[in-house]
Design a protein around this ligand. Structure first.
Ligand code: GUN
Length: 315
């Protein structure tokens, strides 16, 4: 199955022989797309503010996980950049579950707060699902509350988890409509694998894909990934997807964000995705880089969901 709108343009060589071109993969630039979305949201927020509504996002961080600290800092900074109010709650890693649940109840009741995000992972004394269940589904801009997850599966209007929504948005903005395509997802996490499968299999615009979800127990995984028209890698293993595991012309969305040792870098490490970018980009039609692919889209979708929450309440 090819993407008919994106066939290689064959050329003649100097002797006039017909030469099929081997083009480099198109880079799906999540940074550029996210900047465009954030610019649109900034204008929308100005309009809402003129009507007396300032969208507000509460971002809750428990503990000092370095990765989570970076994510949370980026989310708060983006709120400020687009004129959204952000409410920061940094709790120590020993915080008892009850204290976090009390904070959620307070935020649920606060009219200035339109969206609530509790950064995961949470320390082990806290039951993450219990915390998610305590969120007001109308403020669950992460799309992790069971009500929103159930509605997504049902094809009802809901808050869609930000990373899956970002993957879909990137595919659509670059003209790779998943309709009728075989989408293979590597990874079955609650945050990405499961919701992106639910999203892309819907009978809806921007979806209608045939979806296969692979995971650690999948037998002969390369045989499955090789059949993908669109491959979404979200397994959390650095450079897991190799060139031999994909077919020519695949569109690759790399959700991974891993830090690996690299002696050639001053810092001694580098960021990489779940896809061996160098190898796979030689075969792919299009591919997201890491960083600069899905990561910025997750934040843009979070902002979009928060503006949506504010507009819904404003009505
Ligand atoms: N941890 C990793 N990704 C996410 C995310 O999208 N939302 C939250 N709340 N925590 C995360």
């Amino acid at each position: 199955m090819g993407f008919f709108y994106d066939l290689p343009r064959d050329v003649c060589n100097q002797k006039g022989y017909f030469m099929p071109t081997k083009r480099a993969a198109k880079i799906i630039d999540g940074k550029k797309v996210s900047e465009a979305i954030l610019a649109e949201l900034k204008l929308e927020i100005e309009g809402l503010k003129a009507r007396g509504i300032t969208p507000g996002l509460a971002v809750v961080l428990v503990g000092e996980d370095p990765g989570s600290q970076i994510y949370v800092r980026n989310k708060r900074r983006t709120c400020a950049e687009i004129g959204m109010a952000s409410f920061a709650y940094d709790l120590p890693k020993e915080t008892p579950e009850k204290k976090l649940l009390d904070l959620i109840a307070k935020l649920n009741a606060d009219p200035k707060v339109h969206g609530i995000l509790v950064q995961s992972p949470l320390p082990k004394q806290i039951d993450e699902q219990k915390v998610l269940n305590a969120l007001d589904p109308n403020k669950d801009v992460d799309g992790f509350h069971p009500v929103n997850k159930g509605k997504l599966l049902n094809g009802e209007d809901c808050f869609v988890a930000c990373t899956p929504a970002g993957c879909q948005e990137l595919l659509l903005r670059y003209g790779y409509d998943p309709a009728g395509k075989h989408v293979v997802i590597v990874g079955r996490s609650n945050i990405v694998g499961k919701p992106v499968a639910a999203l892309l299999m819907q009978k809806a615009k921007g979806a209608n894909a045939t979806v296969t979800v692979c995971h650690s127990r999948t037998k002969n995984l390369p045989a499955v990934t090789k059949t993908a028209d669109i491959l979404i890698a979200a397994i959390g293993v650095p450079e897991f997807v190799k060139a031999r595991m994909v077919k020519d012309g695949v569109v690759v969305i790399d959700v991974g964000m891993n830090r690996v040792p690299d002696a050639t870098k001053k810092s001694g490490s580098r960021l990489c995705g779940d896809v061996d970018f160098k190898g796979v980009s030689k075969k792919a039609r299009a591919i997201t880089p890491v960083p600069g692919g899905v990561g910025p889209m997750t934040i843009a979708m979070l902002m979009k969901n928060t503006v949506l929450a504010a507009k819904r309440r404003g009505k």
